[in-house]
Write a protein that binds this ligand. Structure first.
Ligand SMILES: *[C@@H]1O[C@H](CO)[C@@H](O)[C@H](O)[C@H]1NC(C)=O
Length: 518
């Protein structure tokens, strides 16, 4: 079972008590269905998931070879070995110098002597072990320090490489050592272990929000226009971090990772910013597909007591974000805590003559919403009759609120769920959640930066008009909710929202605050 990437549905009610125990234990230890994975061949076949154009592409005849570095901690046997074999089986032999398995201090029995025996039996597999729990970042550094290939390819330990995955990555790097490149990451279902692939057209690029959380977006229009074909490399502002290839020499030149970062988190953004700001480029190769099991929770425990991701993120903000770090720090009232010494990383930035974060935002990630550039911000209030108290547009903007209607609530003047910003591209938003109208009701939906259902016009008449449908946000007559109605400019369509003087005009303002006449 599992052949051709198929999934396996385990019917728990049909398992014997013995099997059920195994099944439950597999889930508990891995947070994916180890029991299903164990039924599948370590060499299972996969469909050729590439777009048709990819199969006819020609790559340089002399490609650099790569060390494939796989960090693991208490990984399931079948999943780890399938990662190794899927890469070996589907790569031209001369391009794989070695596969380096880095054991980040596992204690599962099968990862001790049995794994060493496995590594010894495979010509290209090397096993190195950390002497204590190091975390992803330092374990990768350990792997890189012993690697001998010209390129380093980092993979997670629950992946499957598909036909033709490697050549597009190495080809990009052979064109220019400063190209860093990631495969398209397909989903391997965590319950059925089914390989689910996506076409090049639906490739996503990496971004981030001002919580310094990584996120995915559709390919922006300007990038679609720049490329000649759907299978050309796509520029990505950031990478998810688990899977990428980089020239070994360039990785070292660029300062590898920040060794002051602990465990994991933030290192992917730090490296992404560093690549772009210090003269490199970061692309996704749509012809290279690697599957990855996405888990719903982490099965590991860390006994650190400190918020590691926050500490790592502050380190990167201090070194790379310049004046934009305030948008992150505002989230926790500038309570930076002890984030250690970053002077060596600042010196690195100096030494490499890296560009500013402003440059990065303007040139590499122009689609990112920058709170300081919003055209209006604060509460959005209206009245439904001349006697009524102002009512405010109200909603959480986090994931839990997605797909839910915008509510009307007495204004409380405390920001929070009533604080909204109008972006330059016409979104009414906060963080990642945008006002969205698809014909039913106005709801909060993840911002997609494609205008469409999320484009609004806050006109000089103070109405909130939905560009696509030409309807206006209107308070219902009884003042209990909002509706979408033809724009007639009645009182129930008038909303007060604090407009911001654009920065460009602020600069032309006299010191006493008087705006210059133009
Ligand atoms: C590689 O890319 C960098 C940055 O874009 C550029 O400055 C350099 O000239 C390129 N090198 C080659 C050999 O094309």
């Amino acid at each position: 079972s599992g052949e051709n990437g198929k999934g396996l549905n385990i019917d728990k009610s049909k398992l014997s008590p013995e099997e059920l125990k195994k099944y439950e234990k597999g889930y508990q230890r891995n947070a994916f269905n180890q029991y299903a994975s164990d039924q599948m061949s370590l060499h299972r076949t996969l469909p050729d998931v590439r777009d048709k154009e990819c199969r006819d592409r020609n790559y340089a005849t002399e490609l650099p070879d790569t060390s494939i570095i796989v960090i693991f901690h208490n990984e399931a046997w079948s999943v780890l070995l399938r990662t190794v074999f899927s890469c070996l089986d589907r790569s031209p032999g001369h391009l794989v110098k070695e596969i380096i398995l880095v054991d980040d201090f596992s204690d599962f029995e099968h990862l001790q002597a049995p794994l060493q025996e496995f590594a010894d039996s495979q010509e290209k597999v090397r096993l190195v072990r950390a002497k204590k729990r190091e975390g992803l970042i330092r374990a990768r550094l350990l792997g890189a320090s012993v690697a001998q290939g010209n390129v380093l390819t980092f993979l997670d330990s629950h992946c499957e490489c598909t036909m033709g995955w490697l050549e597009p990555l190495l080809d990009r790097i052979s064109q220019n050592k400063s190209n860093v490149v990631t495969p398209v990451i397909d989903v391997i279902n965590d319950d059925t272990i089914q390989y689910q692939y996506s076409s090049a057209k639906s490739t996503s690029v990496g971004g981030f929000d001002w919580n310094l959380q990584f996120n995915w977006h559709g390919i922006p229009d300007h990038e679609k226009k720049r490329r000649k074909s759907d299978v050309d490399p796509v520029r990505s502002p950031t990478m998810a971090g688990g899977l990428f290839s980089i020239s070994r020499e360039y990785f070292e030149y660029l300062g590898t990772y920040d060794p002051g970062m602990d465990i994991w988190g933030g290192e992917n953004l730090e490296l992404s910013f560093r690549i772009w700001m210090c003269g490199g480029s970061l692309d996704i190769a749509p012809c290279s597909h690697v599957g990855h099991i996405f888990r719903k929770r982490s099965p590991y425990s860390w006994k650190t007591g400190v918020n590691v991701v926050k500490k790592n993120s502050i380190r990167l903000a201090e070194v790379w974000l310049d004046e934009f770090s305030k948008y992150y720090y505002e989230r926790f009232n500038y309570d930076l805590g002890d984030y250690g010494d970053v002077s060596a990383r600042k010196a690195l930035r100096e030494r490499l003559h890296c560009k500013s974060f402003k440059w990065y935002l303007d040139n590499i990630y122009p689609d990112l919403f920058i709170p300081g550039e919003s055209l209006a911000s604060g509460e959005v209030n209206g009245v439904f009759n001349s006697q009524s108290q102002p009512a405010c547009l109200d909603s959480a903007a986090d994931k839990k609120a997605y797909n839910k209607a915008i509510k009307l609530w007495p204004c409380h003047n405390m920001g929070g769920n009533q604080y909204w910003m109008l972006s330059k591209s016409g979104e009414i938003r906060r963080d990642e959640g945008c006002f969205d109208y698809a014909g039913q009701f106005v709801m909060i939906y993840p911002c997609h930066a494609m205008k469409g259902n999320q484009e609004w016009i806050y006109g000089p008449d103070n109405t909130l008009r939905h560009k696509n449908t030409n309807l206006c946000i209107t308070l219902s007559e009884d003042g209990t909710k909002i509706e979408m109605k033809a724009c007639t400019g009645i009182d129930r369509q008038i909303f007060h929202w604090k407009r911001k003087i654009p920065d460009s005009d602020v600069k032309k303002t006299e010191p006493n605050g008087q705006k210059l006449l133009r």
